[in-house]
Ligand binder design. Structure first.
Ligand code: AMP
Length: 307
């Protein structure tokens, strides 16, 4: 089953306690697409880049099953540029630069060739932009998922509430879930979010894993304890790509299958953070992914006798 991923394709400059990069390829849709393409093809991208986005990267995405009909190339503008510096603990970062460039007037167009897709992942963009994509779908996808961030809660809360009414699943981090609801307890925050539109909610807690909520059901997936987190950039998008990739591969949107998908997403994210940018995602193959999924099984597998 096919999957549409909407989001930024960008240049990033990253500083972590381990080092610093010049401009490297990044962007939410880029990470999500590299992750998802391990599970489903085509991965139909909707994005925008400038004249400077490397042709080789486009070719690489295509060779892995990315479909690029929905990626607009603006000949006289630069690609979106983001720069961030991570703190010592790698859990928090400061944004140093956000140059919107082409993203400033991004009016996504869903090509005819993408119509009929069963899965839609709306990456972190202006809620009005996310909504415009939903409206262009002639047949409603089986599952629409979205990401968002605190910035949109501050400047476009009404629009955000509108999109929330239209989606099936929201992915946010713990701080965002708290900000959106004003509830400190994540369980209470989840209850509130599940009345705002989405039937499913994923709350990401970085190195502390992720929670999946649906009705009264909760599932927890740990993050793999890694000796070294080299660069967490894109981990959330990679998680989303793995999660949606697994759902699109299986076509099953039950809570039980989402439990598996959240583990797949976590496994992909654990690879993403091992090197700068999407580098590591391009190196791994099915065996690597299976090996890591085994590690996840071992991590949480225990027996207990209740007497
Ligand atoms: P994450 O680490 O999951 O938050 O994602 C980082 C990626 O998001 C980077 O590759 C950036 O290029 C991209 N990004 C950062 N800020 C924005 C933004 N305001 N809109 C769209 N994409 C962004």
């Amino acid at each position: 089953m096919s999957l549409i991923i909407v989001g930024s394709m960008a240049f990033d400059a990253i500083e972590t306690p381990f080092g610093k990069t010049d401009k490297i390829v990044g962007g939410a849709a880029t990470y999500a697409a590299y992750a998802a393409a391990n599970f489903v093809k085509p991965v139909q991208l909707v994005s925008i880049v400038g004249y400077d986005f490397p042709k080789e990267e486009m070719a690489e995405l295509k060779s892995r099953g990315g479909q690029l009909d929905g990626v607009e190339i603006v000949p006289d503008k630069k690609s979106f540029f983001w720069s961030g510096r991570y703190h010592e603990d790698m859990n928090s970062r400061d944004t140093l630069v956000t140059d919107l460039n082409v993203l400033a007037d991004f009016k996504p167009k869903v090509p005819d060739s993408y119509q009929g897709a069963e899965f839609l992942m709306l990456g972190n963009l202006a809620p009005a932009t996310q909504l415009s994509v939903i409206k262009q779908m002639k047949t409603r996808p089986k599952l629409i998922a979205m990401d968002t961030m605190n910035f949109w809660m501050e400047i476009a809360l009404d629009d955000l509430k509108e999109v929330l009414k239209q989606v099936d699943l929201l992915m946010v981090n713990d701080a965002e879930a708290r900000q959106l609801t004003g509830q400190f307890s994540l369980v209470k925050a989840a209850k509130t979010i599940l009345t705002m539109g989405p039937k499913f909610l994923i709350i990401k807690k970085g190195e502390h894993g992720a929670l999946l909520f649906h009705g009264d059901n909760v599932f927890f997936a740990p993050a793999l304890p890694l000796e070294e987190v080299f660069d967490p950039t894109g981990a959330g998008d990679t998680f989303a790509g793995g999660f949606m990739g697994h759902l699109a591969k299986t076509g099953d949107i039950s809570f039980d299958n989402m439990k598996r998908a959240i583990i797949v997403g976590s496994a992909m994210a654990s690879y993403c953070v091992e090197k700068f940018g999407p580098t590591r995602l391009k190196e791994i193959n099915k065996e690597d992914i299976d090996r890591r999924l085994e590690q996840f099984k071992e991590l949480v597998n225990f027996e207990i006798e209740l007497v």
